[in-house]
Design a protein around this ligand. Structure first.
Ligand code: APR
Length: 231
């Protein structure tokens, strides 16, 4: 199981949230990423996500993303990501669970089951679902439930190896996921900064995602019989 955060996509040109120069230095969370913000100023909220979508449409997966996709040759890899970009999918990872929603999807404000794929960057006031109500970003805002968390728990509980990449580990419930691992499960953390690991025992690879994933692949495949690829 690989838990990823904004640092995973930093080398693809997408800003992280809490590093120096990060997104939350440019915007206040409460102005753009809460249900209250949506009620108070939906236009600003839409503009914020339109900018994020525009950036995403210019971005490409980096070698960290592609390295994780290649790991599927040797392991059953489940990616649980806090990222709302689709760079893991673009890199070819086949099992990706998004905890905080997806930037390239929008949904009805009347029926949350009505979810649509966007193939362009812009969502505006007046863009409506088939029931006639305003569309909103398919994003989990602060203060909203995280429904996919309950799908993530059994994946972590069954994992033989945990990998955490590019997340400050301060936003819950996502940051608490690693605590569902069976005792003794090895945990690798790839991050050039100082994620909040608490007293967890981990193997830290203090590198950016691209270089760190290459090192991880070397560690994890070192003792594998190379003829023993998954069929
Ligand atoms: N490679 C790997 N890690 C990196 C890189 C990089 N190139 N650059 C920065 N990092 C690390 C930072 O050191 C930090 O630990 O990525 C982490 C980014 O942390 P945050 O900006 O807090 O992002 P994240 O943990 O994903 O945020 C969680 O908060 O605002 C919300 O919903 C948003 O999903 C997001 C959640």
């Amino acid at each position: 199981m690989v838990l990823t955060g904004a640092g995973m996509s930093q080398e693809s040109g997408l800003r992280t949230f809490r590093d120096t120069g990060g997104t939350w230095e440019h915007y206040r969370v409460e102005d753009v990423a809460t249900p209250e913000a949506w009620r108070a100023d939906p236009e600003l909220v839409l503009r914020f996500y339109n900018e994020r979508r525009k950036d995403l449409m210019k971005a490409l997966p980096n070698s960290g993303h592609t390295g994780l996709a290649q790991l599927e040759k040797y392991f059953d890899v489940y990616i649980i990501t806090q990222n709302v970009d689709n760079l893991h999918e673009q890199a070819g990872s086949s099992q990706v669970l998004h905890l905080h929603g997806e930037l390239m999807k929008v949904r009805s404000t009347r029926d949350p089951e009505l979810i649509y794929e966007l193939d362009h960057w812009e969502l505006n006031l007046g863009d409506r679902c088939e029931l006639g109500s305003q569309l909103r970003p398919h994003i989990v805002w602060f203060g909203e439930a995280v429904p996919n968390f309950y799908l993530a728990i059994p994946i972590v509980e069954e994992a033989d190896i945990l990998v955490v990449i590019g997340t400050s580990m301060v936003v819950y419930p996502a940051a608490g996921l690693v605590d569902y691992a069976r005792p003794g499960t090895p945990v690798y953390v790839i991050d050039p900064g100082e994620p909040a690991l608490g007293s967890r025992k981990v193997t830290l690879i203090p590198k950016k995602a691209s270089e760190g994933v290459q090192q991880l692949i070397e560690i994890l495949t070192e003792n594998l019989d190379i003829n023993n690829e998954k069929s």
